[in-house]
Write a protein that binds this ligand. Structure first.
Ligand SMILES: [Zn+2]
Length: 84
């Protein structure tokens, strides 16, 4: 009887582990259809909302949205920013 309980608990833990692993590999999706506009961070691919985003402006006036200053810096580095 006790062995059965241990097996059940073990199976449950394994199930939880597999599920958390699967969830970690889910691709982040934009929150569409909820009236919230999201933007894709071109550096790491994370979707950010207007409120959370760090806005970067390009020389041609185009705007880019980043999840963090780190990503903005990395993007600027990749462009070879002349302003710094
Ligand atoms: Zn990012």
């Amino acid at each position: 009887m006790l062995r059965l309980l241990v097996l059940a608990a073990f199976g449950y833990l394994a199930f939880r582990l597999v599920r958390s692993l699967l969830r970690r590999h889910e691709i982040p999706r934009p929150a569409q259809g909820r009236g919230v506009e999201t933007f894709r961070d071109p550096v790491c691919g994370t979707y950010v909302t207007m409120d959370d985003a760090i806005v970067g402006r390009l020389e041609n006036g185009e705007k880019l949205y980043f999840c963090s200053m780190e990503c903005l810096d990395r993007y600027r580095e990749s462009l070879g920013d002349k302003n710094t």
